[in-house]
Design a protein around this ligand. Structure first.
Ligand code: F0G
Length: 481
């Protein structure tokens, strides 16, 4: 079948290249120039919604017929319509509904958060938090994993692999166990992964390889191993992952009753989300479903600030696809020469060589986006405020709120703008950091924070030690509440 016959195919991100691949392949770089690939749709031949509200009304996509694969008659999974990813199937029709592999992911919430908004410096009603910790494995990764697993099954893969700072691996392990479709192989940097996430990989039975090195080392190795052994790679270099992650933005719009926010603020690690969010809005605009885009604000941890450096110091830009790859490569070369490794308490985004860099540059360009950094102290303080505000998250997620606060104070975000911060992972992913921040356990504090030179956070809420005596217990309660 020629590419022009299929309604979905992979296309090089560089408009001037024109390289394509069929979705029946599982190579994720351009066969002509080696750049990244986008999942691309022939919207003319697909049942696209005519308005955003149609997406709400139209929850019964009449499906397989659009793909004309002959005699397929089986039904979509009962979870298909409940999945917060696949109820937007019309906007990511990577496979017919009956071929989608889902465990009902993406049933997440957008919540107004006035107290956290006040901390940021926003007026009442202006801050919403998109709580992706509600996913089955506790992070946003499940949005993408369902799409990657759907593709993996299409191409007949039996073994899937990833390098991870913890959440991708937890998600992969969970999907492999839940669907029984695949054996999961996980590469992690030794000592680089939060306990909650390691626990998930082990509990779900994944083959877990601890590499002496960090995430960037592990990613390089997993790509080599995947090439040699034909393992199906589920890192966000896999463009199907990003298709699933687009739906986080559809749910944000849905939660705002289809209003377009002024800002989307997102933590920046391997830059999958930033890439996916930009693509989501670009496509909505292309389909005539929105007229303007929100501005994307990407937040790096100060100790893992490649995007910030390249965007702000080196002025690296997408330039409609003519981005200067050599400039990025010379920066990476410099990191290697000076042996600079990423280092942040927000272990999920402890990444120095983000694979989705060009797609992220594109997202920033089309959305008039910006990049900022926040230090670990700002992240931890923001995390405690988010927790006290009624929603929890892991440290990396709190970078979004810390970043919004910084941008508000710099006057980049105005007090009456509508802002959405994405909370990417559940608070129980990294309990050590939380307990160390609040707690009175000196040993844990030293181990987790003290050795990084941190003091206590301003809004610490330590447990109170009380003798086993009712009168004393009552007097403590009376004194403190
Ligand atoms: N927040 C959390 C909780 C994450 O786990 C990650 C990435 C990010 C933010 C950054 O997202 O990569 O799309 O820019 N975690 C990956 C992992 C790298 O292996 O779990 P990104």
């Amino acid at each position: 079948m020629s590419m022009s016959d299929s309604v979905v195919y992979l296309r090089c991100i560089k408009p001037t290249c024109g390289g394509t691949r069929s979705v029946t392949e599982c190579e994720f770089t351009c066969p002509r120039c080696g750049d990244l690939l986008d999942v691309t749709y022939d919207w003319q031949r697909l049942p696209v919604p005519r308005s955003l509200r149609d997406l709400e009304a139209n929850r019964h996509p009449s499906v397989g017929r659009w793909f004309q694969r002959g005699s397929r008659s089986s039904e979509a999974s009962p979870l298909f319509r409940r999945s917060g990813v696949w109820r937007f199937w019309e906007l990511l029709p990577v496979a017919p509904p009956e071929e989608v592999l889902t465990i009902g992911e993406g049933q997440t919430l957008l919540l107004r958060a006035d107290r956290v908004g006040e901390y940021i410096g926003l007026r009442s009603g202006c801050l919403h938090l998109q709580y992706e910790g509600l996913n089955p494995s506790g992070s946003f990764k499940d949005n993408g994993m369902t799409a990657a697993f759907t593709h993996a099954r299409m191409v007949g893969a039996r073994r899937a692999a990833c390098a991870s700072t913890g959440n991708t691996s937890a998600s992969l392990a969970l999907y492999a166990a839940a669907t029984g479709q695949m054996r999961a192989i996980i590469f992690i940097g030794s000592g680089k992964i939060a306990f909650g996430k390691l626990a998930q990989a082990l509990d779900h039975g994944a083959l877990t390889l601890q590499i002496h090195g960090d995430f960037d080392d592990a990613l390089e190795r997993v790509r080599q191993a995947a090439g040699r052994l034909s393992l199906y790679l589920v890192n966000s270099i896999n463009p199907f992952r990003l298709e699933g992650q687009k739906t986080i933005m559809y749910r944000v719009l849905e939660g705002l009753e289809w209003r377009i926010p002024d800002w989307i603020v997102v933590p920046a690690g391997n830059l999958g989300n930033l890439s996916a969010f930009g693509k989501a809005f670009l496509e909505l605009r292309e389909l005539g479903l929105i007229e303007r885009m929100p501005r994307l604000a990407a937040v790096n941890a100060a100790g893992a600030d490649t995007l910030y450096r390249l965007w702000n110091d080196h002025q690296l830009r997408w330039h409609g696809g003519a981005w200067e790859k050599a400039r990025a490569e010379s920066y990476f070369h410099h990191l290697k020469e000076t042996q600079r490794k990423a280092s942040t308490i927000a272990s999920a985004i402890e990444i120095n060589r983000p694979v989705n860099l060009p797609k992220a540059l594109r997202s920033l360009e089309v959305s008039d986006g910006i990049v900022c950094t926040v230090c670990d102290e700002e992240i931890l303080e923001a995390k405690a405020r988010i927790g006290a505000g009624g929603l929890g998250c892991e440290p990396a997620s709190a970078a979004s709120v810390a970043g919004a606060r910084k941008l508000r104070h710099q006057g980049v975000i105005a007090a009456d703008e509508l802002v959405v911060c994405v909370l990417t992972g559940h608070p129980l992913k990294d309990p050590n950091v939380t307990v160390a921040c609040h707690g009175t356990d000196e040993h844990l504090f030293q181990e987790v924070l003290g050795k990084r030179g941190f003091g206590r956070i301003a809004s610490a809420n330590p447990p109170v030690s009380v003798p086993n005596d009712l009168e004393r217990i009552i007097s403590v309660i009376e004194a403190r509440t």
